[in-house]
Design a binder for this molecule. Structure first.
Ligand code: GRF
Length: 205
């Protein structure tokens, strides 16, 4: 096998992290991988517009259609990404829990960005503004972001990169979320993606 690592970015919302990855690909920060697919669990996700604008193939796999059947969702997702010959899966604001069926099939080839310093404020229920509300309520002075591999434990896989961000006295969940995105997520995610792509390329040799 040769060529770049084929990346699928999985999204559910605004897609600012996806945008940063697209920009990083264009600027050469991400050079060993190429985003070949953006898959959204929600039809209305703005991230889809960003992908289309960048001429990247998009797919919608509506999570709501699977109701409480996370297993069937994971199975279908696995089949789609296998069919598309995806080497690396990047979860960038993907609001779905994946079962072992998926995490085992793509073991060491799924990465996620989480908006706190794991192991703080992570695991089930810690998503979106909940994470930042919990950090403010606890009174931590430092939070940040973590990029990690995904296994079957929510936010439990091996850590790839972390960056700390100061919490201000007057922070709201919204202001903290914004600062963590700007000062941590958008910096460490592209760097981590490139690092993992480079590692996968080296393994091929
Ligand atoms: C980010 O805060 C990310 O850490 C979390 O979900 C959010 C996604 O934001 N997993 P966006 O869709 O990339 O703008």
């Amino acid at each position: 096998m040769s060529g770049k690592i084929r990346i699928a970015v999985l999204v559910s919302g605004g897609g600012t992290n996806l945008q940063v990855l697209i920009d990083s690909q264009n600027s050469g920060v991400v050079k060993n991988g190429e985003i070949v697919l953006v898959l959204s669990s929600k039809a209305e996700a703005f991230a889809i517009n960003r992908a289309k604008k960048a001429d990247i193939e998009t797919l919608v796999l509506k999570r709501e259609l699977y109701k409480d059947n996370a297993e069937a969702f994971s199975e279908d997702l696995k089949n789609i990404l296998t069919e598309k010959n995806i080497d690396l899966v990047v979860l960038a604001g993907f609001m779905c829990i994946l079962t072992e069926t998926f995490t085992k099939a793509f073991a060491d080839r799924i990465i996620n960005i989480h908006p706190s310093l794991i192991p703080s404020f992570c695991g089930k229920g810690f998503y979106g503004l909940n994470v930042h509300r919990a950090a403010i309520d606890y009174g931590v002075k430092i939070s940040g972001a973590t990029v990690h591999f995904v296994n079957d434990i929510v936010d439990g896989g091996k850590i790839i990169a972390q960056k700390a961000v100061e919490v201000s006295e007057d922070d709201t969940p919204e202001s903290l979320q914004k600062r963590i995105m700007e000062q941590a997520e958008w910096i460490i995610l592209p760097e981590a993606v490139e690092k993992v792509c480079k590692g996968l390329i080296d393994k091929r040799k």
